[in-house]
Design a protein around this ligand. Structure first.
Ligand code: UDP
Length: 475
């Protein structure tokens, strides 16, 4: 296949990680794949690409091209080239400016390398116009799922206003009740940066979704019936990391060695461990961290807890927690980056407390692990609905406020955490049925990416389209 594709990931781990996986999928099918990113982001993806490029059967190694990040011009401090570097998950006006300013250097790379198509994250509103200028298709990489596309579309038509009353979202295959406080700012108060995204999406060639048909078929059918937009479901992309070293290298350098992590997990009974992680950007107040510690200790299941807070342990851990809990081998704290895929796919893991970032939900689904859902910001409350009410593989901890600011979210008490965790890890009929549904989804997820599976075939049909388009341009 003689195709050259540029991949332009948004500069946040939750967007970059799956797009790197996608570039690997394309490369595995013989496509020349080039990832375009900024210098400070290269070390985050290089280890994964080195592993991928070690595969001798790859026709073209995956390349990286570097854009210069406009720190000075956008007013961002040197080296802050990824949302991961900031204290909260918000796309600030400065960061939005920087993202928009990448257009000019990106065009220079297009001129120099003349790829046949661009896969650009949904956050690059300008990418469709640029692709048009170069006479090539732009594919939108959507960081979320089709359920969210459908529900957010229905909400827009509702013309909501602020209220405390829960409301039904009409026109969906399932009954869904939401509240205003669960909605992200980009739905309730979209700014210019967000408003522009719709145009980029509408004028694109189509959209790539990290999900799979069997997971949300009702919603995928609904979108396909209702719009002309071409959609390809190509996930779960995380399943393209089968080797332990691929799982461990994904996204960043882990703050714990794989050996230490696996030895700890190996010492635990099957399905006994709870994994607690709030994604790459999810931070909690020290009061909230304290309540989590109380909840985990009280529920008495072994746990791995990923904490993204640099301060002293004494600021948030209950007194003598280390003596009673972590020191006793009942809990493992990872302060920094965890090898999430390695952990989730270990047989000792039986539950996942997640902030409901889409990658984490899908990684939980792919590993067959039921979840306690604790959404924080962005579209995470929608993902919670999908996991808890549609797929029925999760229990909501009871979070109520969607916000990028940890102080505004309201406190979830230790008792509520213990209750949800005990229910999830329990052995009553409901818990067993939830586990069976999770196992079934794992099986479907794995089938989707195998040869002949729905996602595998969507990738094939997309690549056929790209080849035909190139031929029709007479190149
Ligand atoms: N992740 C990880 N280790 C961590 C935190 C996150 O490997 O300590 C990965 C996780 O596996 C997922 C991504 O980072 O692939 C986070 O994406 P998600 O959509 O779940 O949440 P976000 O970080 O975008 O809020």
């Amino acid at each position: 296949m003689d195709l050259h594709v540029f991949f332009l990931p948004f500069l946040a781990p939750g967007h970059m990680i799956p797009m790197v996986d996608l570039a690997r999928v394309f490369a595995g099918r013989g496509v020349r794949s080039t990832i375009v990113t900024t210098a400070a982001n290269v070390p985050l993806i290089q280890p994964t690409l080195d592993l991928a490029n070690a595969d001798a059967s790859l026709r073209h190694p995956i390349q990286i091209l570097v854009l210069s990040f406009p720190c000075l011009e956008s007013g961002i401090s040197q080296g802050y080239e990824n949302l991961f570097a900031f204290n909260n998950s918000e796309i600030t006006p400065e960061f939005a400016t920087a993202i928009n300013m990448l257009e000019a250097p990106f065009k220079q790379l297009l001129r120099a390398h003349r790829p046949d198509s661009i896969v650009a994250d949904i956050f690059y509103a300008w990418a469709s116009d640029v692709a048009k200028e170069f006479g090539i298709p732009r594919l939108v990489f959507h960081g979320s799922n089709t359920f969210f596309t459908v529900v957010s579309g229905a909400l827009r038509r509702l013309k909501l206003h602020e209220s405390e009353e829960a409301f039904d979202v009409p026109g969906l295959p399932h009954r869904l009740r939401m509240t205003w406080s669960q909605l992200p700012g980009f739905i309730t108060k979209p700014d210019d940066f967000i408003e522009r995204l719709d145009d980029g999406y509408r004028t694109s060639y189509g959209m790539l979704v990290n999900s799979f048909y069997e997971l949300e078929s009702d919603y995928i059918d609904l979108v396909k019936k209702g719009t002309e937009t071409k959609l390809w479901h190509v996930g779960p992309l995380s399943l393209h990391n089968q080797l332990a070293k691929e799982k461990a290298a994904r996204g960043n350098t882990a703050s714990i060695s794989s050996d230490e992590c696996l030895t700890w997990l190996d010492s635990k009974k099957p399905r006994s461990v709870l994994y607690v992680c709030f994604g790459s950007l999810g931070q909690c107040t020290t009061t909230q961290l304290h309540e989590i510690a109380l909840g985990l200790e009280a529920s008495d299941h072994p746990f791995i807890w990923v904490v993204r807070y640099d301060g002293e342990l004494s600021e948030w851990l209950p007194e003598r927690f280390e003596e009673r809990v972590t020191g006793e081998g009942k809990g493992l704290l990872i302060r920094g980056w965890a090898p999430q895929l390695l952990i989730l796919n270990h047989k000792a893991v039986g539950g996942f407390v997640t902030h409901c970032g889409w990658n984490s939900c899908l990684e939980g689904v792919s590993a067959g692990v039921p979840m306690v859902t604790w959404p924080l910001f962005a579209e995470q409350f929608f993902n919670e609905k999908l996991v808890v009410e549609v797929l029925r593989v999760g229990i909501a901890v009871g979070a109520t406020v969607c916000s990028n600011h940890k102080e505004k979210r309201g406190l979830v008490k230790g008792e509520a955490i213990k209750k949800a965790v005990d229910e999830l890890m329990g052995s009553d009929e409901e818990a067993e049925n939830r586990r069976k549904r999770a196992e079934k989804l794992k099986e479907l997820a794995n089938k989707a990416v195998e040869e002949g599976g729905s996602s595998h075939m969507d990738v094939s049909s997309l690549l056929d389209d790209m080849v035909n388009l190139k031929a029709s341009r007479g190149i």
